[in-house]
Design a protein. Structure first.
Length: 236
């Protein structure tokens, strides 16, 4: 089994106009309670969906639906106060880096550096040099390289940034290992509630209608995955 052990950090890492501050999230009952509540969409005031967002220089802004993105982009200043409130609400929520801030490609778990007290991953060693030559240039890209979906919906374990699938809905879902994606596609209704608890809402009917052939798997290493991963080793 491949485990990347990326450090889960609080969303306070990047804040509008305040530079970078690092805060490691705690995994006790207090942190879980904070992570349970979803902040609101700055446009509609409804709970956000973490798969619906737009990237900004200060980090991502999340919305309740795709239509809100267009409204926000037309006049972001109108929603500045509510956007700030959203970031404050996300301050202590765990998140995991899943993309290289230079290339936007998946991370190589062996390629990372410590930057201002934080573990930052990259897709290759060349990207480390580019980042270190001018880290401020990539501050926004780094802020937009995380996911708040930190638990696999199938096994409820920490995700591996390299294990994901893109559903027929266009949503990228992360898993603890390759093969869990097949379980989700086969029975999305079984795992919809677990994803919703993490702020990811999937369209069960659309996924079932599209079928597994339309799901773009990140990769397939030939793992055998019986129902509920019977016999699959998830130690560590």
């Amino acid at each position: 089994m491949r485990r990347s052990n990326w450090v889960i950090v609080g969303a306070a890492v990047f804040t509008l106009g305040t530079g970078i501050s690092v805060s490691l999230a705690q995994h006790g009952p207090g942190a879980s309670a904070k992570a349970a509540a979803l902040p609101n969409c700055p446009v509609m005031g409804e709970p956000i969906d973490f798969t619906v967002s737009t990237a900004t220089d200060a980090g991502p802004v999340f919305f309740c639906c795709e239509g809100c993105i267009e409204k926000y982009n037309k006049n972001p200043e109108k929603y500045a106060e509510k956007t700030t409130a959203q970031r404050a609400a996300l301050k202590d929520r765990p998140k995991i880096q899943v993309a290289c801030p230079i290339s936007k490609k998946p991370l190589d778990p062996k390629v990372f550096i410590e930057h201002e007290g934080q573990k930052v991953g990259f897709c290759c060693k060349d990207c480390i040099g580019k980042f270190q030559s001018d880290s401020s240039k990539y501050k926004a890209a780094l802020a937009n390289s995380y996911t708040y979906q930190t638990k696999c919906p199938v096994m409820n374990e920490e995700i591996d940034p390299a294990s994901f699938s893109v559903l027929p809905t266009g949503q990228k879902i992360y898993y603890c290992c390759d093969g869990c994606n097949e379980k989700l596609v086969e029975n999305p209704a079984k795992y919809a509630a677990k994803l919703a608890a993490q702020g990811v809402n999937i369209d069960v009917k659309k996924i079932l209608a599209a079928g597994k052939k339309d799901t773009k798997d990140a990769k397939d290493d030939g793992h055998g995955h019986d129902d509920d991963h019977s016999g699959h080793d998830h130690g560590g």
